[in-house]
Write a protein that binds this ligand. Structure first.
Ligand SMILES: Cc1ncc(C[n+]2csc(CCOP(=O)(O)OP(=O)(O)O)c2C)c(N)n1
Ligand SMILES: [Mg+2]
Length: 186
């Protein structure tokens, strides 16, 4: 499955009021291009920190299901956050990783996720439910199933490294992203 196809499957399953924190690079750009929404938080830089921000939002808003859409390179940069999420254990946190085994946003340099299974790290850290999908048709049922189970939960989606390089950048300023996210999340 292509990275874009993973987003096409995933985004329609997210409800309007559910906060989504996106890792930087193509992860933000794909989501922004396919369906921009006020409850989307886009990281403009700060690689690795979408998971920390998602954890903070989940702890502050326990009544909302908080989704992190992360990249393999981002997860590898902040591996300790997996342990922090598992230790804090917010039931409302859903961590989705788009794993293309490269740092695609900066020229497709190989990451370690071809050799190290990120979902195994999440599982051994203590995430409650961990699924891995490789086929496009499995994204929807597995994500919907995972969202009904108490978290923190982890969904690894294996994709081909082929984001569309013509996909535009997020045009909102960091201030605009913050303000509208805070308004949407309440
Ligand atoms: C601290 C830091 N280092 C490097 C970068 C440059 N950078 C931006 S996105 C990215 C790749 C992210 O990789 P991954 O999470 O796998 O997402 P992909 O690009 O593959 O979709 C890099 C290296 C950055 N923004 N910040
Ligand atoms: Mg990647």
């Amino acid at each position: 499955m292509k990275g874009t196809e993973a987003f096409q499957e995933l985004l329609p399953l997210i409800k309007d009021d559910e906060p989504v924190v996106h890792a930087n690079g193509f992860i933000c750009r794909e989501s922004f291009a396919l369906k921009d929404r006020k409850a989307n938080f886009y990281m403009i830089g700060s690689m690795g920190l979408a998971s920390s921000i998602g954890l903070g939002v989940a702890l502050c808003k326990p009544e909302k299901k908080v989704i992190i859409i992360d990249g393999d390179g981002n997860v590898l940069m902040a591996l300790g956050t997996l342990a922090m999420i598992a230790a804090e254990a917010p039931e409302n946190l859903f961590h989705v990783v788009i794993d293309n085994e490269v740092y695609e946003s900066t020229g497709s340099q190989r990451s370690l996720s071809g050799k190290v299974q990120l979902e195994e790290i999440a599982k051994s850290s203590g995430y409650k439910n961990v699924f891995r999908v490789e086929k496009k048709e499995d994204v929807k049922p597995q994500f919907l199933r995972l969202k009904e189970l108490p978290g923190p939960n982890f969904l690894l989606i294996k994709v081909e490294p082929c984001f569309d390089h013509s996909t535009g950048r997020v045009t909102h300023t960091p201030e605009e992203i913050t303000e509208r996210f805070m308004e949407a999340v309440g």
